[in-house]
Design a protein around this ligand. Structure first.
Ligand SMILES: Nc1ncnc2c1ncn2[C@@H]1O[C@H](COP(=O)(O)OP(=O)(O)OP(=O)(O)O)[C@@H](O)[C@H]1O
Ligand SMILES: [Mg+2]
Length: 356
């Protein structure tokens, strides 16, 4: 079993770079935790500290309640899979996979048995005698996984393992990793900057920003209850409509005004301080063509097959986007009413903090 705690974990590079800023995080035994965030936010550095490849500047890493800061990577019972899988080019796939057990001087027939076992797990038995150069990207990634699996670690650390694959292969491998996690019941810490990967794989997501945790939660919590503009904007495709404007009072109601949009907000929004705000609403939470609060002209109709995106130019930097099911009968340059349910309306202050 493997429960990992990060206590005020900090990493500085030189005097000016704080890559990880006093991180507090507990990763439960058997959990699939996904760390997500933009480039440079400290994901890899955090993973490398857990693995023991990087010494923390301050703070502690605990595994099952014991501080492991001073343990070598090989003493931590972890398996790490990187974006660049770096297989030995002059060894066969089987020889690549058995590298760990061979270093541990495990007998040849036991090694062969384990190679077959993990090769079956990731479905590459037919590749065992090939050279890495003869494998496709997805196949190489499976070999890299098998090479880690064979050591049977308590915890798997995966750093963007799928980012070099094309979209279809990524989805296939994603399902494969999901299946492995369920079969093995081990702790997985998975780094990505792909929000879709995070949403589909994670038990819990950690959203990082500038070396700090912005939000931790289940995919549903992160999606439906973002703490900030940053999180709201990061998750969802197409992403949340974020409309900058100002809030003013009109009698006992709050009114939002941004470009060509003027919205009298539902009663629950009364009492908010007037000032600069951003209204956020997801494309799937806008209803089009009924009786709505807003009337806007359709600027572009984008059929995606399963559903259709409707774009409205409300005068802001980005179009307002609504998604409707199936093939839409709406036409460009027609005016339609747009409605929303107040429950799905978010409000962010000038600093990007969620206020409603
Ligand atoms: N060895 C190093 N020396 C100096 N600065 C470093 C070093 N490694 C990382 N950094 C800096 O620390 C910060 C965090 O880097 P890190 O690699 O952890 O980001 P990341 O979230 O993994 O980004 P990406 O998505 O691009 O992989 C960045 O500002 C990076 O430039
Ligand atoms: Mg990285």
């Amino acid at each position: 079993m493997a429960r990992i705690e990060l206590n005020s974990l900090r990493k500085e590079f030189g005097r000016s770079v704080v890559a990880v800023r006093d991180l507090e995080l507990t990763i439960e035994d058997g959990e699939f935790l996904v760390m997500v965030g933009p480039s440079g936010c400290g994901k890899t550095t955090t993973l490398r500290m857990i693995a023991g490849f990087e010494d923390p500047t301050a703070g502690d890493i605990l595994m099952n309640g014991t501080v492991v800061n001073d343990l070598e990577p090989s003493e931590r019972d972890l398996g790490m899979v990187f974006q660049s899988h770096a297989l030995f080019p002059h060894k066969t796939v089987a020889q690549n996979i058995e590298f760990g057990p061979r270093m541990q001087k495990i007998a040849a027939d036991e090694r062969r048995r384990r190679v077959r076992e993990v090769a079956e797990m990731v479905r590459i038995t037919h590749l065992l005698d090939k050279m890495p150069g003869q494998c496709s990207g997805g196949e190489s990634q499976r070999v890299a996984l098998a090479r880690t699996l064979i050591n049977n670690p308590d915890t798997f650390l995966l750093d963007e393992p799928l980012s070099s694959l094309d979209a279809k292969l990524r989805r296939e491998m994603r399902a494969e990793i999901d299946r492995l996690h369920q079969e093995l019941g081990k702790t997985f810490v998975y780094v990505t900057h792909d929000q879709e990967e995070a949403m589909t794989l994670a038990d819990r997501i950690v959203v990082m920003r500038g070396g700090e945790v912005e939000q931790v939660g289940t995919p549903l919590e992160i999606y439906s209850d973002p703490v900030s503009y940053f999180v709201a904007d990061f998750f969802g495709s197409p992403s949340m409509n974020l409309i900058p404007g100002t809030l003013r009072r009109d009698g006992d109601r709050a009114v939002f005004e941004g470009q060509r949009i003027s919205l009298t907000l539902p009663e629950g929004f009364a009492g908010l301080e007037p000032g600069d705000v951003t209204v956020g609403i997801r494309p799937e939470h806008l209803s089009v063509g009924g009786s709505g609060e807003l009337t806007q002209k359709i600027h572009l109709v984008e059929p995606l097959g399963k559903d259709t995106l409707l774009y409205f130019d409300y005068g802001g930097e980005q179009d307002l986007i609504a998604v409707v099911n199936g093939v839409s009968a709406h036409r460009t340059n027609t005016e339609v009413a747009i409605g929303f349910t107040p429950d799905h309306l978010f409000l962010f202050d000038a600093d990007g903090r969620r206020i409603r």
